[in-house]
Design a protein around this ligand. Structure first.
Ligand code: NAP
Length: 254
């Protein structure tokens, strides 16, 4: 039987890699990344050792054109369109709104929001024809739970939620589900600096800021994403799944 094809942007690191590991038993994998070839090759070899068909695609994403080129590369390798799309690519660079160059904010919006919308636009037609599709877009609790220095990141992540719900509504009748996942603090290369910072500040240790008392893992988020991509999750669409150990509920107190 032909396995489903999952295109995972940011699939070579952190949450994207966590999702790839959980999807690997049932899917062929197209793992896209920006430029860290060493990390990507390591991921490819991990899947190869398990007998999983996984290919890596280096493509910094910042526009519709970039997304189109990535998809062409994937289609030319696999001779088919993705059945599953996980939009997990993106970086984070905090900066106060007033004092940060506007180009920085535009870059964040393009990288997180425009690229997510572009890849949905480019892949959903194939899913529509096949009467099956699973799309998971990475939002963040930062989209609703404000943090200094994250204006553009928050704008992009909040917009991803609205976009996800509306696209879900438009394509639900063709067996396509579109959901958003909003993680809190998850231990990945992206958050290494934040975790070290929190551990050094006695007033703001992870135990104090996360009600569960610890940072989430890529396995936690990967499991959720894989479930949303499964047949069992066919009736879940347009949802924003918060996965944050209670971080956005309020102050855990002492
Ligand atoms: N970690 C958290 O606590 C957390 C919380 C909420 C939301 N999120 C969201 O979850 C997603 C994944 O985050 P993560 O923590 O897993 O990050 P990560 O470990 O830093 O991995 C990011 C992945 O995205 C790729 N990437 C980054 N910028 C790209 C670009 N412009 N074009 C193409 N690929 C790009 C990276 O490729 P290279 O390795 O080649 O650079 C890497 O594969 C992001 O959307 C993030 O906003 C994360």
């Amino acid at each position: 039987m032909v396995k489903r094809l999952a295109l995972i942007t940011g699939g070579t690191s952190g949450i994207g890699l966590g999702a790839a590991r959980k999807l690997a038993p049932s899917c062929d994998l197209a793992l896209a990344y920006a430029g860290n070839h060493e990390r990507a090759e390591k991921a490819r070899q991990e899947f190869e050792a398990l007998g999983v068909h996984a290919e890596i695609f280096a493509r910094p994403l910042g526009s519709y054109e970039d997304a189109g080129e990535l998809l062409e590369q994937v289609k030319s390798s696999y001779k088919r369109s993705p059945d599953i799309l996980v939009n997990s690519a993106g970086s984070i660079h905090d900066g106060f709104f007033m004092t940060t160059d506007f180009a920085h904010h535009e870059k964040i919006i393009r990288e997180h929001l425009v690229v997510t919308m572009a890849l949905c636009h480019l892949t959903v037609k194939g899913m529509y024809g096949n009467k099956f599709g699973r799309i998971v877009n990475l939002s963040s609790i930062s989209g609703s739970y404000a943090k200094r220095g994250q204006t553009s990141y928050a704008a992009a992540k909040a917009a991803i939620t609205g976009f996800t719900k509306t696209l879900a509504l438009e394509v639900a009748h063709r067996g396509i589900t579109v959901n958003a996942v909003a993680p809190g603090l998850i231990a990945t290369p992206m958050t290494e600096g934040i975790m070290q910072f929190l551990e050094k500040d006695p007033k703001r240790t992870i135990k104090k800021v996360v009600p569960a008392g610890y940072a989430g893992t890529t396995e936690d988020v990967g499991s959720l994403i894989a479930f949303l991509c499964s047949d069992e999750a066919r009736y879940i669409t347009g949802a924003l799944m918060v996965i944050d150990g209670g971080r956005s509920l309020g102050d855990p107190g002492s």
